[in-house]
Design a binder for this molecule. Structure first.
Ligand code: HEC
Length: 95
């Protein structure tokens, strides 16, 4: 696999691709967590107020370090810049 993508240059489109590759199987394409795996692990509904009301710092920490059954994605997303991009994508998911 090609791992040379500089996270700092990730565009929104690339963030969408990252979401699809890393997050979709649990959180679903629409972020609501209605996938088979998502139901099993009780993946959070990323469009919910409960999640969206949290700060970027809080959500960024979950994405980079993991929480409960969710793994840490910081390294896979290429560090803080990649995490910030995917978080921007999560912010754009609509109910
Ligand atoms: C293995 C399934 C799984 C994958 C893959 C996964 N998540 Fe999660 N995610 C969860 C679960 C389960 C929770 C709820 C964690 C908890 O509260 O214990 C969660 C919670 C979250 C939250 C809410 C945290 C909070 O404190 O409210 C965000 C934001 C999130 N995930 C984003 C992502 C992003 C972005 C990705 C991809 C980079 C991702 N998740 C990949 C299972 C997953």
């Amino acid at each position: 696999m090609l791992m040379t993508v500089a996270a700092a240059t990730l565009s929104f489109g690339q963030a969408a691709k990252q979401f699809e590759q890393n997050c979709k199987k649990c959180h679903g394409e629409d972020g609501k967590g209605h996938t088979m795996v998502g139901r099993m692990v009780k993946a959070a509904d990323l469009t919910s107020d409960a999640v969206q009301q949290k700060s970027d710092a809080e959500l960024g920490l979950v994405i980079s370090k993991g929480k409960g059954k969710m793994a840490a994605f910081g390294d896979r997303l290429g560090g803080d810049a990649g995490v910030a991009q995917v978080l921007a994508y999560v912010r754009a998911l609509k109910k």
